[in-house]
Design a protein around this ligand. Structure first.
Ligand SMILES: *[C@@H]1O[C@H](CO)[C@@H](O)[C@H](O)[C@H]1NC(C)=O
Length: 303
């Protein structure tokens, strides 16, 4: 009896190592799709889901503005601005129980609210964080969500204030077990990068993915430009998992029918493909999610 104890501990340790290493390996098959901002009646179940990828839907958006006819800032009290008729708590539960590889996140901010820019506009760090933790905890629990994405694009506060508000929000949501992953969604604009890179310098340990909006570069970007942009952003967000991306309305960046998948294959062969995300399911519905299928097949392939 006594001599079996060390053997048992050894087996437990081995099992622990095996499960740890398999979790880490799985995270490079990451596919993410933003959904719900455009009210085009798209549902989770419309989108093809390959069982061999980690699939994240990102609900767009929760915004700290009022939902009135002329929305105004609320200092961290978030409301739902996505199509919650088609993307309800019940539908989140259904898609997750039908597909064990699916997780669902929400994104904060976005470009606009109504027909105006959505601004990050806290009154103070402490009051914003307190309101944000409380309102987002309610929404995340109600919808049974797993993660959060930060996509503020317009700022009425300096980068230090942004850093503290978002850093403290993520710290608390992770510490309380409300979310299991977090991402940020910057793009190549001076003010945007100064805010997100300041956040990265202090709080990168809380940020699992950098959803860099490569489609915000010029329409007609070619493969060699794209590879260079990827390298630049990987060095800006050093140590981060920078995901590549395309926009499905064809309005910018390297498009899927002009080399996006060539670039992805090249990165994959260099073991630098951390994942792919798409803006957005709302627009992809029109072409039957053709490039979502191709993206996931590429991520799931073993060579
Ligand atoms: C990509 O675009 C740049 C800038 O327009 C151009 O200089 C370069 O030759 C292009 N590369 C290819 C392979 O077409």
């Amino acid at each position: 009896m006594e001599s079996s104890q060390p053997l048992l501990s050894l087996l437990i340790l081995q099992a622990l190592f095996i499960s740890l290493s398999s979790t880490q390996a799985a995270s490079t098959n990451l596919f993410q799709e933003y959904i719900g901002a455009e009210f085009k009646n798209v549902r989770f179940s419309d989108v093809p889901i390959n069982p061999n990828v980690d699939f994240h839907f990102i609900l767009s958006f929760a915004i700290d503005y009022t939902t009135s006819s002329s929305p105004s800032p609320t200092n961290g009290n978030f409301n739902i601005f996505w199509d919650s008729d088609n993307l309800s708590p019940f539908q989140v539960s259904s898609i997750k129980s039908d597909h064990p590889n699916v997780k669902v996140a929400l994104s904060l901010g976005g470009d606009s609210v109504g027909d105006k820019c959505a601004y990050f506009k806290p009154s103070s760090v402490d009051s914003w964080v307190q309101n944000a933790v409380s309102s987002l905890t309610k929404i995340i629990k109600k919808y049974n969500l797993d993660g959060i994405d930060i996509d503020y694009e317009h700022f009425s506060a300096d980068s230090d204030t942004f850093t503290e508000c978002i850093g403290q929000l993520l710290t608390t949501l992770k510490k309380n077990g409300i979310i299991s992953f977090a991402s940020i969604a910057p793009f190549d604009d001076h003010q945007v990068q100064s805010h997100y890179m300041a956040l990265w310098r202090k709080y990168s340990h809380l940020i699992d993915y950098v959803n860099f909006q490569f489609y915000a570069y010029d329409k007609g970007t070619n493969v060699s430009q794209f590879m260079r942009y990827f390298k630049t952003q990987t060095s800006n967000y050093k140590g981060g998992k920078v995901l590549v991306s395309f926009i499905s309305d064809g309005s910018g960046g390297l498009s899927p029918d002009h080399g996006f998948f060539t670039a992805c294959s090249r990165l994959k062969s260099q073991q630098e493909l951390n994942g792919i995300f798409v803006w957005s399911a709302d627009d992809s519905k029109a072409n039957g999610f053709r490039y979502e299928k191709q993206s996931q097949a590429l991520l799931a392939s073993t060579h």
